[in-house]
Design a protein around this ligand. Sequence first.
Ligand code: ZN
Length: 542
Amino acid sequence: MSIRSLVVTLAAVVIFAAAPLAQKTTAKPDGKPSAGNAKLEALKREAVADVESRRQFSQQMVDQIFSYGELGFQEFETTRYLTDVLKTNGFAVQEGVAGIPTAFMATWGSGKPVIALGSDIDCIPQASQKPGIALHEPLIEGAPGHGEGHNSGQAVNITAALAVKKIMEREHLPGTLRIWTGTAEELVGSKAYFIRAGLFKDVDIALFTHVDDNLDVSWGPRDGTGLVSVQYSFLGETAHAAQAPWRGRSALDAVELMDIGWQFRREHLRLSQRSHNVITDGGDQPNVVPRTASVWYYFRETDYPHIKELWETGNTMAKAAAMMAGVELQPMKVLGSAWPQHFNKTVAETTWANIQKIGLPPWSDEDQQLAKALQKELKNPRIEGLRTKLRDNLQGPVTENYGGGSDDIGDISWNVPTVTLRFPSNIPNLPGHNWANAISMATPIAHKGVTAGAKVQAMTILDLVMRPELVDQAWKYFREIQTKDTRYEPLIRPQDQPAIWLNKATMEKYRPEMKKYYYDPSRFKTYLDQLGIKYPTVRLNQ
Ligand SMILES: [Zn+2]
C-alpha cells in the first residue's frame, strides 16, 4: 500500500468511525425508534471496525489462494489452507462433503438462525498471470490461474464471520455460522450434489459472495442461464487408416457429425440459449482409425424446461451421429449442472442497505493506473478505470433475459433464501475467463474490494442474527412468491456422481512448477512483494 492510499484509508476509517453509521435504521420501518435497533447499529459499527482491523488477514488469504491457482475438483491446497484457518478459529470442519474431496462445511455456534456463507474457490485453465502487470505475462506458460477471481470470496466470508463470531460470543447471541466452498464452480460441478446430500436442509439463509467490479446485490430472477454439462463418448473400431480403412469405424466421425448437426440446429434454437463444446478425445494418431472419441457440451437455457429440451436435442444429435458413423454411443456422462438463479428480496434489501453504508473503497492513483492501462491493453473502446459509484438502485427481477453465464448457486437459491453479494475486487469490462481477469486479483484492488465486501457481509449477518423477522420475511418471499409456481427438480440424475476426476491430469502436470510460486506470508508482506513486482507495472507509453 502506498503512503497516499494508507492516508486515504485511515482518513476513511476516521470519517466512518465518527459518522453515525445508520441514522436511518435506528428507526423501525414504521418510524418508531427502537432500543434493539440502536444496539444492532452499535454492533454493526463494531463489526465494521473489526473487519477493518483484519485487513492483513484478508490480504494474506486472497494472495495465498491466488498463488495456489487450482482447477475445479483439484482444490486440495486451497481447502487444506482454508480448513486450517477455520479450525484455528474455532470452527468444526466436516471435510469431503457430498463425496467431493475438496468440498467442506465448517460450523461454528448453535441454534437459529443458521447462516451459510459460501464462495467459489476454483480457477481457470490457461489463465496463469503475474498480478499487478497490465499485460499478458504468465507466471507459468499454459498453467491454470485465477482468471475469474475465485481466490477472493472466501476471505470476504471468513473475515466477516470472525468479526461477527467475536460479537456473538460476547453478547451470547444464538445462531450458527457455516462456511462452505463453491468447489468446481467453473464446471458447475458441486452445488446440486450439496443439495442432494442434504447439506442445506437446516440452513435458514445462504449468503453467497462473488467477485465483481462493483459492490452490488440483486433479487428476483437474474439474467443468465442454467445449464447441463454432458459428455458424449463414442466407440468404433480401429483399422489401418490407409491400408484397410473400410475395416474401421471412426468414433471421431460421430463427434464431428454431432457437432455439424448441432451447428445446423443452432439456427432454430431460442435466442436465449447458449451452447458450446470441446472435443476431449479426438483419437490418437491419423493412421489409426479412432476407436474412441468424446465431445463435451454445455447446454444453457433460461429455465428448467428449456434446459431439459435443449439437452434432449443434444441427445438426438448424438444418437443420429452414432448411426451415421456406424459406431456405438456410450452411456452419456453428466459432468455438472446449474439451475438459473433467483435471489431473495428480503435478504437483498437488507444487504443493499448495508452496501450503501459502506460504499466503494477509496482507490489509489496506482489502482486506477493499473485498471486504465489494462483496459487500454485490451483495446476497450472506453477507458473508465475502476468504478467509483454504486448503482443508483437495488436491481430487481430481470424481465427480459437474453441468456449469458451460469452459476450453480442457482441450485442453492431454489432450496434456501439466497443472495450473492458482489464485491469490487476486479477491473470493469474484461473478457472473463481470461488472464486479464487475474491481474487485479492479488493487488490492493482485490484486497480493498474484499474488505469492503466483508464489512457488508458482517453487517448483514448481524441483521439476520438480531432481527429474526427478516428470516421469516425471507422465507415468506421464498415460499409464496419464488416457489409458488416453480418447484426445484435436480438436473442431475440419480445415477450421476460428482466428476471429481476432472482436471486431475492438468494439475499434476503443472503443480510441481506452480509450487515454487506459492505465497509465503512469513517472508513477504504481500504476493506482489514475493514476486518482486512493482505496482502497478504498465507499458512505458501509459
Ligand atoms: Zn465465478
